[in-house]
Design a binder for this molecule. Sequence first.
Ligand code: SAM
Length: 283
Amino acid sequence: MNYRHIFHAGNFADVFKHLLQARALEYFQQKNKPYFVLDTHGGIGYYDLQGDEAVRTAEAEQGIVRFAEQAADEPLAKQYLRIVSGLNPGSESLCYYPGSPVLTSEFLREGDRLVVCELHKEDAETLKQTPLGRHQQVQVLAPVNGYEAVRSQLPPIEKRGLVLIDPPFENTSEFDDVVDALKQGLKRWKSGSFAVWYPIKDELKTAAFHRDVAALPGIPKTMIMELNIRTNDERKGLHGCGFLWVNPPYGVVQDSEQLLPLLCKTLAQDKGANFHSRWLVGE
Ligand code: SAM
């Protein structure tokens, strides 16, 4: 396991995923009943954007730094940006960035629950040492394989909520692992909302992934949302990413019509930037 998220924290892919995650959590909050979140690949929770690792890649400059400047007045980005700036009180430049479990913890009301997993030994220890490790409604399972948690934690007693699957995709088997996790997860919790983040590197692999998910027996409605920030050029690193979202909250589907153009406009790096969404499996 070589991947460390600290090198990429706050990049365009984080902004894409965390903005949509925040919108989903806002919709879960609108009902009076408790909800559950399983974050299978949690990372370390809080990211120091001024630390050596983040400074070395400077990916946040083209991600959250640009987005925070350009989308400050966007109502749909308000909660997400409020949480980011809440970690940086009184600071003109961004020092800290919230990972997915920290973002979720900001939306927990009494009775809501988060289970977060991290497998990397060192990152698991870091995650456990954060305030999340002491949060009464958060259970940090670390080091634990997030795919195993899909089997052990579902279905949740709350009956509604979100499973976030955000792997590093450093192994060639990762797309297959995700398809298997969805199969296992849906077997246990067919009404759950499952959001899988994936990188767009090889269009054939992405298409095969979509096909494999669509072929799962009894798969509920599933949406694809994708963002490319520039023309594909392997020398420049990741150029695009997507969410494959099984049972997406209705509000997120509606919001994506505004959020994808907003993300594309604020994060584009050349004229090859584009976005799209479509139903992979219809209702
Ligand atoms: N979801 C995080 C966020 O948005 O802040 C970032 C997650 S990062 C892309 C992927 C993380 O998954 C890494 O920290 C990596 O160590 C961890 N990881 C890799 N394989 C795993 C597995 N099978 N189970 C749990 N965590 C895993």
